[in-house]
Write a protein that binds this ligand. Structure first.
Ligand code: GLN
Length: 539
C-alpha cells in the first residue's frame, strides 16, 4: 500500500482567517478526485476538550459519533466531506500533556527527565499519525490551531518540522496568511505575509503553498513578489478572496488549481476525473433560491452566531434542498416575555428553540414555545428546546403550574424532565454527559417516521437530563406523544403534538449530522413545513 500523505495547514498574520474552511475545501477537492481524505485539528489550549468551554469563548462544541466533544471546525470537516470524524480528529494540548503525565506516573519513561522535546512533541507526532495508521485514508490534512509565533503553538510547529523531515516528499505545508489592503494608498501589502513566512522559516519550516486571504485580486505582480520573497513557486501562491458563502471556497480554490499543485507536490497522480457536479448543483440552489422563509432561532447565546454554527449550516443545507433561502431571525430568549412575544415573533414561518444549559433565558423559551404551539407555527426544539417544549406542555396543557426540569428547579412538584439515573453520581463536568451516537426507534405512522422513512435511526446526544417516563401516559392522553424511544434504556428521544401541523422536540442534536451531500431530513422537513405555513398565510 502506498504511504499516507500528510498536509499541514498553518496560519500566520492573524487568527480567524479560516484555516478550517481552507482545509475542508482542499479536502473536498482531493476527495472529488477519488482520494480518501480526513482532516484533523490540533488545538493549542490546555483544556482537555472544548466541552467545558462557554460558547462565548469558542463557539459551538461539536460532538462526534464516538462522543468526543470537539472544536467546531470538525463540523465543517464533516459537512464538506460527508464523512464522520472521531476523537482522533481533535487533539488539544491538555490531552497531549495528560497522556504524557499519565505515562510518567506509570513509570513508562524509565527514569528519564520528561521534557517538551522529545516527549511532548513525540506525543503530538503520534497523534498526528494515528489517523494515517488506520489505513483508511490516503491523505491526512492536519490543521494547526492558532497563529505562527504563538508561544503555545511552538511544540506543534516543532512536531511538524520533525515530521516534515521524516516524511520528506510524503508531506507538505500550506501556510494561510492575510494580504491586507490599505485603502489610503489603494495597495495590497505583502510584508505581513513575508514576516509570517520568515517566522515559520525560523522554526525550520519552509511552506510549500501560500494561501492568501484578500479582499481584492492579488494580480500577477503580488503573486510573483510573494513567490520570490517566500521561496515558493508562483503557481503555489493561491488567493482566497472573500466569498459570499464558505461553500464557494472549494470552487475558488479549484479555479486556481490548488488541488493539482498539492497532488503534484505529493507525487500523486492527477487524472481528469474530478467530480464536483453535486457540489455545484448545491451551490446553484443556494445562490438562486426560488422562495424565502424566516425562522426564529431562540437561544441565549445569540450574540455570537458561532454558538449555533451547526444549526445555521443545517438550515443552509435544508434551504438549498428546498430551493428556499432560510433567513434566520436571532432572538435572545432573555428578552422574551408574555407582553412582547407576539410582536417579537411576528412574521416568522418557523420557530426553533436551541440547545442550552441553565436557567438564564429559560422562561422566554417557554413563552416562544407556547406561541408556536397555540398559533400553529412550525416548531423544532433541540435538546433543551425539546425539554422546554415538554415543560411548556406540562404547565399550559396539563395544568401543572410548576412543571420543570430538575436542572432549573430541584424542588418542583412535577419534575417532568429529570436527571438521568446514570448521571446522579457524576461530579466531574468534563466529558461526563450522555454523549455521542445513540439508537432510537421511531413509531410507525408518526411525523418522525415520515421524516426519516425508517424505524431505526442513530443520532448524537449531549445532555444529562431526560423526559421523566413517570408522566408519559398523562402527556400522551392530552396530546403530546413520544414517537422516538431509545431501545436500550426506554428513554424518550422525540416528542410530537399530532394535532399541530408540525411540532417536534428532539432530545438529540440532528444539526451535527447535516452535510452538503446529505442535508438532515429533520431540517429539510422543518423548512418544508415553514414554506407550507408561509404559503398558507398568503392564500
Ligand atoms: N441542559 C440540558 C441537559 O443537560 C440540555 C442540554 C443541551 O441542550 N445540549 O439535559
Amino acid at each position: 500500500m502506498p504511504s499516507t500523505k500528510y498536509i499541514f495547514v498553518t496560519g500566520g498574520v492573524t487568527s480567524s482567517l479560516g484555516k478550517g474552511i481552507i482545509s475542508a475545501s482542499l479536502a473536498t477537492l482531493l476527495q472529488s478526485r477519488g482520494y480518501s481524505v480526513t482532516i484533523q485539528k490540533l488545538d493549542p489550549y490546555i483544556n482537555i476538550d472544548p466541552g467545558t468551554l462557554n460558547p462565548y469563548e469558542h463557539g459551538e462544541c461539536f460532538v462526534t459519533d464516538d462522543g468526543a466533544e470537539t472544536d467546531l471546525d470538525l463540523g465543517h470537516y464533516e459537512r464538506f466531506l460527508n464523512r464522520p470524524t472521531s476523537q482522533a480528529n481533535n487533539v488539544t494540548t491538555g490531552r497531549v500533556y495528560q497522556t504524557v503525565i499519565n505515562k510518567e506516573r506509570r513509570g513508562d519513561y524509565l527514569g528519564k527527565t520528561v521534557q517538551v522535546i522529545p516527549h511532548i512533541t513525540d506525543e503530538i507526532k503520534r497523534r498526528i499519525q494515528l489517523l494515517g495508521n488506520t489505513g483508511e485514508f490516503e491523505i491526512i490534512i492536519t490543521e494547526i490551531g492558532g497563529t505562527v509565533g504563538d508561544i503555545e503553538a511552538l511544540p506543534y510547529i516543532e512536531a511538524v518540522r520533525q515530521l516534515r523531515w521524516e516524511l520528506g516528499e510524503d508531506s507538505l505545508v500550506v501556510h494561510l496568511t492575510l494580504v491586507p489592503y490599505l485603502a489610503a494608498t489603494g495597495e495590497l501589502k505583502t510584508k505581513p505575509t513575508q514576516h509570517s513566512v520568515q517566522k515559520l522559516q525560523e522554526s525550520g519550516i519552509q511552506p510549500d503553498i501560500l494561501v492568501c486571504r484578500t479582499e481584492h485580486d492579488l494580480g500577477e505582480d503580488i503573486r510573483r513578489k510573494l513567490a520570490q520573497f517566500c521561496n515558493v513557486k508562483k503557481e503555489a501562491v493561491v488567493q482566497s478572496i472573500d466569498a459570499e458563502t464558505i461553500y464557494a471556497v472549494p470552487i475558488l480554490m479549484r479555479n486556481q488549481h490548488l488541488d493539482e499543485v498539492v497532488l503534484k507536490r505529493l507525487n500523486l497522480p492527477i487524472d481528469d476525473n474530478l467530480d464536483l457536479v453535486n457540489w455545484k448543483d448545491f451551490l446553484y440552489k443556494l445562490r438562486y433560491p426560488k422562495l424565502e422563509v424566516e425562522i426564529g432561532l431562540i437561544g441565549k447565546y445569540v450574540e455570537l452566531h458561532d454558538s449555533y454554527k451547526s444549526i445555521v449550516e443545517s438550515f443552509i443545507h435544508a434551504g438549498a434542498s428546498n430551493e428556499c433561502r432560510v433567513k434566520i431571525r436571532w432572538i435572545h430568549s432573555e428578552n422574551l416575555s408574555l407582553d412582547n412575544i407576539a410582536k417579537t415573533l411576528d412574521g416568522l414561518d418557523g420557530i426553533l428553540v436551541a440547545p442550552g444549559f441553565g436557567e438564564r433565558g429559560f422562561d422566554g423559551k417557554i413563552e416562544a414555545i407556547r406561541h408556536a404551539r397555540e398559533s400553529k407555527i412550525p416548531f423544532l426544539g433541540i435538546c433543551l428546546g425539546m425539554q422546554a417544549a415538554v415543560i411548556e406542555f406540562g404547565r399550559n396543557v396539563l395544568g401543572w403550574e410548576d412543571a420543570n426540569s430538575t436542572e432549573m428547579n430541584r424542588e418542583t412538584s412535577y419534575p417532568v424532565i429529570d436527571i438521568m439515573e446514570e448521571q446522579k453520581n457524576v461530579t466531574d463536568k468534563g466529558g461526563t454527559m450522555r454523549l455521542g451516537a445513540c439508537a432510537c426507534d421511531l413509531k410507525e405512522g408518526s411525523k418522525a417516521f415520515a421524516v426519516y422513512r425508517r424505524k431505526g435511526i442513530s443520532e448524537r446526544h449531549r445532555h444529562r437530563f431526560e423526559f421523566n417516563n413517570k408522566y408519559l401516559a398523562e402527556y400522551e392522553a392530552k396530546g403530546m406523544i413520544a414517537t422516538g424511544i431509545n431501545p436500550d434504556m426506554s428513554l424518550v428521544e422525540i416528542v410530537e403534538v399530532p394535532e399541530h401541523p408540525w411540532f417536534m422536540g428532539v432530545q438529540f442534536h440532528p444539526e451535527y449530522k447535516s452535510t452538503v451531500a446529505n442535508p438532515h431530513p429533520l431540517f429539510v422537513k422543518f423548512v418544508e413545513a415553514a414554506i407550507k405555513y408561509s404559503e398558507s398565510l398568503k392564500a
